[in-house]
Design a binder for this molecule. Structure first.
Ligand code: NOJ
Length: 541
């Protein structure tokens, strides 16, 4: 009996040992990165698409009843920064949406993420709906649906109707919560029969900092010493107030959707944040803590209230009374108010502690974080994955671990290049290849032995990600760089009156991937390149 027991004990040890070794091998295979993969490696209902926003591609800025937004005002006030360029015409998607949808079909896109211009739909931000605006978005949505492309719609992408900005200060006032909810109601009512994926606010965190702290984006508010040429604003308080009101407006729109539309429309409403990853610059405990602060301030700023009902402790501690408190009523409204989180992920940063910040009498968000953000790591011996795209993996793992693995969409991921450069954008292909491979790794892999062994049985056990959108479908009007820089898969020839679109190598690559070809970076680039150079340059395909 005891022999039998020791035999089964030995077998048990062997099995456990084998299991551990297998799990390590599998983990290793996954960790070194998924090099060759196909569309079929992703779940069938995972959505692959491309993204744009209204101001950046639509044009027709003052046509058919559209009134100005803070974007229109900002680019005029900063014409030196944009070299006089504006989004007045941009890619003219307003008139060329059919052509654009055809390009999407040619690229085999499964989904298109675009934003609705609030001041096109409701020109003064509140009040009557503009029939022409309604007609345009109905047409665009119908055109997508006819071609089997899912519309993923963002309701706010940095473009407060100017009337509301002038009327009461836009996001600085709680009145925005009510006006945004009424606007969302119009969107759900008019388009919700065909749109199932709604995002309330794009990059709520980055917009709060860019718009109200360093003034790099509309409405361009800041106070010295935190921004350049500040004429109005308060960088110490306004980013927190604007973010707070965005959070409440988002939650109020979700509440409305759930009460009034969810039962019949069966859609999903989420919020989008800018989500880079932050590694510590060195192994020093101060840098590790500083990196955690950066994560709490950037990601926790919205995720913490949405999941737990309150801001992260470190934010409340460092910003003190400058961060509005979430009242009992706010807590009830905000906690749990999302179906998914949209992530705009472009890069990884390295964080160095900066204790001097806290000695400053006047502080802004970055000095509240008390850290310096670096683009390069300081200590190469750090136990960190050297591959740049690994930051996306880290973000998804963090959300899984800290915020109970919410459903996410990678709403933006892309590579900036000089706009009038080559159509042969190999750097963009490499970038997309690496990030999509990393996403696959995050979706499939879980380092828990139990889950690794259940992979085949229950499918995915990693990140709860539902889709990937490359930024950007077209070379549009870029937030930083105007028409000098581009993220597009399609080049738009601004010197041509027709604004003809030309697919870049990345469009061919993405299309091949979506059509099910196995894609390794070099083989794919080489094959695409051969095809590409042999076809007439700048000819549509
Ligand atoms: C963030 C913004 O959502 C988008 O408007 C911008 O063009 C891209 N990222 C690239 O900077």
């Amino acid at each position: 009996m005891s022999k039998l027991r020791s035999l089964s004990m030995a077998m048990y040890v062997d099995v456990v040992f084998l299991a551990l070794t297998m799990s390590q091998i599998m983990a290793r295979m996954v960790l070194v990165g998924v090099e060759n993969y196909t569309r079929a490696d992703f779940p069938a209902d995972f959505a692959f698409g491309a993204a744009t926003s209204a101001y950046q591609v639509e044009g027709a800025a003052f046509e058919d009843g559209k009134m100005p937004s803070i974007w229109d005002t900002f680019v005029r006030a900063h014409s030196d920064f944009y070299g006089g360029a504006t989004g007045d015409i941009a890619c003219d998607q307003y008139h060329k949406y059919k052509e654009d949808v055809q390009c999407m079909v040619d690229t085999s896109l499964e989904a298109y993420r675009f934003s609705i211009s609030w001041s096109r739909l409701i020109p003064n931000g509140r009040g009557p709906v503009n029939p022409k605006g309604l007609e345009y978005y109905n047409n665009l949505i119908d055109e997508l649906i006819i071609h089997g492309i899912q519309p993923h719609v963002t309701m706010y992408h940095m473009d407060t109707p100017q009337a509301l900005e002038d009327g009461y200060g836009g996001w600085l006032s709680r009145t925005m919560v009510r006006d945004f909810t009424v606007y969302a109601d119009v969107c759900f009512k008019e388009f919700g029969d065909r749109v199932r994926h709604w995002t309330t606010v794009n990059e709520a965190n980055a917009f709060a900092i860019g718009g109200y702290d360093n003034a790099l984006i509309p409405p361009g508010r800041c106070s010295l010493p935190f921004g350049l040429a500040c004429t109005k604003g308060n960088s110490s308080t306004e980013p927190y107030i604007a973010a707070h009101n965005m959070l409440l407006a988002h939650s109020s729109a979700v509440k409305l959707y759930n009460r009034k539309y969810k039962g019949s429309q069966h859609g999903f409403v989420g919020l989008n944040i800018y989500a880079p990853w932050f590694f510590p610059y060195t192994k020093a405990a101060e840098d590790i803590k500083a990196a955690q602060r950066a994560i709490d301030f950037y990601i926790g700023w919205f995720l913490h209230p949405l999941v737990f009902g309150d801001y992260p402790d470190i934010m409340k501690k460092n910003a003190g009374t400058r961060i509005p408190a979430l009242t009992r009523h706010d807590f009830e409204l905000v906690k749990g108010s999302f179906d998914f989180i949209g992530l705009n992920h472009y890069a990884t940063f390295y964080i160095k502690d900066d204790p001097s910040s806290h000695k400053m009498e006047i502080r802004d968000v970055n000095t509240d974080i008390a850290a310096t953000i670096m683009y390069e790591r300081g200590d190469s011996s750090l136990d960190q994955d050297n591959e740049t795209s690994s930051g996306l993996y880290e973000v998804l793992e963090y959300l899984k671990r800290v915020y109970a693995n919410p459903p996410t969409y990678v709403h933006e991921n892309g590579q900036r290049t000089v706009r009038n450069g080559t159509l042969n954008d190999t750097a963009r292909v490499e970038y997309m290849h690496a990030y999509i491979g990393t996403l696959l790794r995050a979706l499939s892999f879980n380092d828990s032995l139990f889950l690794v062994f259940h992979l085949q049985n229950i499918g995915r056990n990693g990140a709860n990600s539902k889709g990937y959108f490359m930024w950007s479908f077209l070379d549009g009007f870029e937030v930083v760089g105007g028409y000098q820089k581009g993220f597009g898969m399609y080049f738009v020839d601004l010197s041509d009156k027709q604004l003809k679109r030309y697919p870049k190598l990345s469009a061919h690559w993405y299309s091949n991937f979506l059509r099910g070809r196995s894609i390794g970076p070099n083989e794919a680039i080489e094959a695409e390149h051969q095809h590409f150079v042999s076809s007439t340059a700048k000819s549509s395909w």
